[in-house]
Ligand binder design. Structure first.
Ligand SMILES: CC/C=C\CCC/C=C/C(=O)SCCNC(=O)CCNC(=O)[C@H](O)C(C)(C)COP(=O)(O)OP(=O)(O)OC[C@H]1O[C@@H](n2cnc3c(N)ncnc32)[C@H](O)[C@@H]1OP(=O)(O)O
Length: 283
């Protein structure tokens, strides 16, 4: 049975059985913990496309703190949308930005990356929809990815005229061969589910969200007989080089982000990209 933990930002709510309280639907991140397994299902809930703005990133960051403080046994990251896992960073945070907010936005994204990529508990992404750019990054931070059929995933930054930061690249390199990561990053490839499986960007394909959650749960179950401490120390040792590299360069990374995104050429590119997105959705 699902337990008490429904959390969004700083608000705790109750839950009865497997049903959410009505107010849960308004929350940016919904967390349910299964009493039997102890696994938390964390659902991104910012319609229409879970684009990652400062508020959503803050809610994710706080959720990850909660899971760590409660010594979570495992996390499944998914989305409440029927067709989008996450559309990546909210382009409105980068288009005509206010510099102070932009810095806080990027610093919060860094926090989420540290907490998710370096989490002591095991993590799986149940990717139940499209997952470009920052959406792909969130899933890459997890240890295992199960993706539903007929969607797209990838770090497509070069297609927007943007260079993915080195820690985005490191996250991709951790999942795929160096060669495939180089091709994918330079081309800004958005892979179909089947293509993503072939290059190792995802680990399993699912037929539905329920199937993805079941496969994610089966992955977490594999660690039942493994010492949690040995497991987490091994994971963190393998990822520590990437983590230390960003830790040592946090401020420069924020400054670089602000500099790159405020370039007139990049602003123009973002404007055109937004216009194209809006024209497409108006059709
Ligand atoms: C030194 C380093 C410098 C910089 C590094 C920056 C790194 C950047 C990382 C990023 O994540 S950038 C974001 C990249 N994201 C994308 O390219 C995805 C764009 N979106 C889509 O392709 C599609 O929306 C979709 C995710 C495939 C979903 O398609 P669907 O048909 O379901 O929805 P629709 O396109 O109609 O969108 C609905 C609505 O949402 C708006 N939208 C979509 N994505 C974003 C976004 N990322 N940010 C802000 N808004 C977004 C879209 O415009 C529609 O709005 P409207 O209803 O008002 O028209």
């Amino acid at each position: 049975m699902l337990r008490s933990v429904l959390r969004a930002s700083t608000t705790r709510l109750g839950v009865t059985g497997s049903r959410f309280c009505s107010s849960a639907a308004d929350k940016l991140v919904i967390t349910e913990v299964d009493d039997k397994t102890g696994y938390a299902t964390v659902t991104l809930n910012r319609p229409p496309v879970n684009s990652l703005n400062l508020e959503l990133l803050t809610a994710i960051s706080e959720t990850l703190d909660d899971l760590q403080n409660n010594k979570s046994r495992g996390m499944i990251l998914t989305s409440s949308s029927k067709s989008v896992f996450s559309a990546g960073l909210d382009i409105m945070e980068m288009y005509k930005p206010k510099v102070d907010r932009m810095k806080e936005f990027w610093s919060t994204l860094q926090d989420v990356w540290f907490k998710l990529y370096g989490s002591p508990f095991p993590t799986v992404a149940a990717i139940n929809g499209h997952s470009p750019a920052g959406g792909c990054l969130l899933s890459l931070c997890c240890e295992y990815r199960v993706m539903c059929q007929n969607y797209t995933i990838g770090l497509n930054e070069t297609r927007l005229g943007i260079v993915a930061p080195t820690w985005f690249m490191a996250s991709m390199r951790n999942a795929m061969s160096r060669r495939d990561a180089e091709m994918a990053l330079t081309l800004g490839t958005l892979f179909t589910t089947d293509e993503a499986l072939k290059v190792g960007l995802v680990d399993e394909v699912a037929t539905s969200k329920e199937d993805a959650i079941a496969k994610a749960t089966a992955f977490l179950d594999k660690f039942k007989k493994i010492s949690p401490q040995a497991r987490s120390m091994t994971k963190q040792a393998l990822r520590s080089k990437d983590i230390m590299e960003l830790e040592d360069n946090r401020t420069q990374d924020i400054d670089l982000f602000v500099y790159a995104v405020t370039q007139p050429k990049v602003q123009k590119g973002l404007e055109m990209y937004l216009e194209a997105l809006k024209a497409k959705s108006a059709k």
